[in-house]
Design a protein around this ligand. Structure first.
Ligand SMILES: CC(C)(COP(=O)(O)OP(=O)(O)OC[C@H]1O[C@@H](n2cnc3c(N)ncnc32)[C@H](O[C@H]2O[C@H](COP(=O)(O)OP(=O)(O)OP(=O)(O)O)[C@@H](O)[C@H]2O)[C@@H]1O)[C@@H](O)C(=O)NCCC(=O)NCCS
Ligand SMILES: Nc1ncnc2[nH]cnc12
Length: 318
C-alpha cells in the first residue's frame, strides 16, 4: 500500500470527529457517553468501535485521489464515484462486522469517503482546506449518481418497501435526506453547522458544548431521513426542527433556558424513539471540515469548571 501523509491526516481527523460526536453530551435522542436515548442496540462504545474501524476506509478513499486534479476528477466522476462507493460499501461491511450488525455510521461512512476524496484532490493546491471548496468538489463527484438514485426511486412500483429509509422518505414526502445534503453542496454544514461550531469555540466553550450547539443548529434545518425511519410520519421531522429552532431562539447552550429546552427535547425524543442520526453525522462533518481548514487545531479556549453544572437541580454535562 502506498503511503501518503495527506491521506493519513485526513482519515485521522474524520475518525476523531466521529468519536468526538459520539462522546459529546446533551444530544437530544442520540447516544452520548451517558445515555443510549432512542437506541436499544448501541451505546457510546459501539459508536467508538465503529469510528475506530473506519480509518482505512477513509484513507483508501483519499489515496484513490492522490494523483488527481479537480479537472481530471470531475471528468471521470462516474467511474471515480463508483470506485468510492465500493470503498464505502466495504467500510459498511467493516462497520457491521465490528458492531455485530448495528448501523452506527452508514451516513458517516458515505460522507467521510466522499469528503476525504474531495479534500485529497484539493489539498495539494490549498494546504489550508477551504470547506466550501471541498464541499463543491464532493458535490461535483457525487451529483450525477445521487440524482439518478433519486429519479430511479420514483419508478412505477406502488410499493416503497424495497427502498432504503432515505429513498422512501424522498419518494413519500419529498424529504431529501443525505442525497439532498450532498446535492445542495452541503448547505446545512456550510451555512449552519460550521458557523455554529466556530461561534461556540470563539466564545470560549469546550469542544463538547460546541458540538451540542452545532448539532442543534443542524437539527433546525436538516432534512434528516433517519427521523422517519421507524415511523413514516413527516410530522416527526417538523417536531425535531421546531424543537431545535425553539432551543436556538432561547439561547441554546449559552443560556439556562436553552439548556433546559435541550434537556426537555432529549426526554421527548427518547420517549418517541426519535433519533436525529443524520444531523449527528453532519455534526462530525462540520468538525472535521473545521479541523482541516484550521490545520488540525481546534481553538478550544477551555473552561473546565463548567464541565458539569446544575440546571433545575440536575447535572447538565457540556
Ligand atoms: C448513498 C448511501 C448513503 C446509501 O443510501 P441508502 O439509500 O442505503 O441510505 P439512506 O437511508 O438514504 O441513509 C443513509 C444514512 O444517511 C444518514 N442521513 C439521513 N439523512 C441525512 C441527511 N439529511 N444528511 C446527512 N446524513 C443523513 C443516516 O445515517 C445516520 O443514521 C443511522 C442510524 O440510523 P438508525 O435509525 O439508528 O438505524 P437503522 O438501522 O436505520 O434503524 P433502527 O434499527 O435503529 O431502527 C446511522 O447510520 C447514521 O450514520 C442514514 O441512515 C451510501 O451509503 C451508499 O452509497 N452506500 C452504498 C450502497 C449503495 O450504493 N446504495 C445505493 C442504494 S440506491
Ligand atoms: N450519537 C449518535 N447516536 C445515534 N446515532 C448516531 N449516528 C451517528 N452518531 C450517532
Amino acid at each position: 500500500m502506498a503511503t501518503d501523509e495527506s491521506a493519513e491526516f485526513l482519515a485521522e481527523d474524520i475518525v476523531y470527529a466521529l468519536a468526538a460526536e459520539a462522546a459529546a453530551e446533551s444530544k437530544p435522542g442520540l447516544v452520548t457517553a451517558s445515555q443510549t436515548a432512542s437506541h436499544t442496540d448501541m451505546d457510546v462504545f459501539t459508536l467508538l468501535r465503529s469510528a475506530c474501524s473506519l480509518r482505512d476506509t477513509f484513507r483508501d478513499a483519499a489515496l484513490l485521489c492522490a494523483n488527481l486534479d479537480v479537472g481530471q476528477a470531475i471528468n471521470s466522476c462516474s467511474s471515480l464515484f463508483a470506485e468510492l462507493r465500493s470503498i464505502g460499501k466495504y467500510g459498511e461491511q467493516v462497520m457491521f462486522r465490528v458492531t455485530g450488525g448495528v448501523n452506527t455510521h452508514k451516513g458517516g461512512i458515505f460522507l467521510g469517503v466522499l469528503l476525504a476524496a474531495a479534500a485529497r484532490i484539493v489539498v495539494d493546491r490549498e494546504p489550508f482546506l477551504n470547506p466550501s471548496q471541498v464541499c463543491l468538489v464532493a458535490r461535483q463527484l457525487a451529483f450525477p449518481a445521487l440524482l439518478s438514485d433519486m429519479i430511479f426511486s420514483d419508478d412505477d412500483s406502488d410499493s416503497v418497501d424495497h427502498l432504503s429509509g432515505g429513498l422512501r422518505a424522498w419518494r413519500m414526502f419529498g424529504v431529501q435526506g443525505i442525497r439532498g445534503e450532498v446535492i445542495s453542496g452541503f448547505s446545512s454544514v456550510l451555512n449552519n453547522g460550521i458557523p455554529a461550531l466556530e461561534l461556540s469555540l470563539n466564545r470560549g466553550v469546550r469542544i463538547g458544548a460546541a458540538l451540542t450547539h452545532t448539532l442543534i443548529s443542524l437539527m433546525a434545518v436538516v432534512q434528516d431521513s433517519t427521523v422517519l425511519n421507524r415511523v413514516n410520519d413527516p410530522k416527526r421531522l417538523a417536531l425535531v426542527q421546531d424543537r431545535a429552532n425553539d432551543i436556538l431562539a432561547n439561547g441554546s447552550i449559552f443560556t439556562k433556558r436553552g439548556k433546559r429546552l435541550i434537556r426537555r427535547a432529549n426526554g421527548e425524543f427518547t420517549r418517541l424513539r426519535i433519533s436525529p442520526g443524520g444531523a449527528a453525522d453532519l455534526t462530525a462533518v462540520s468538525l472535521y471540515l473545521h479541523l482541516w481548514s484550521s490545520h488540525g487545531r481546534v481553538a478550544c479556549k477551555k473552561n473546565y469548571s463548567s464541565l458539569c453544572e446544575e440546571v433545575d437541580g440536575q447535572s447538565f454535562w457540556i
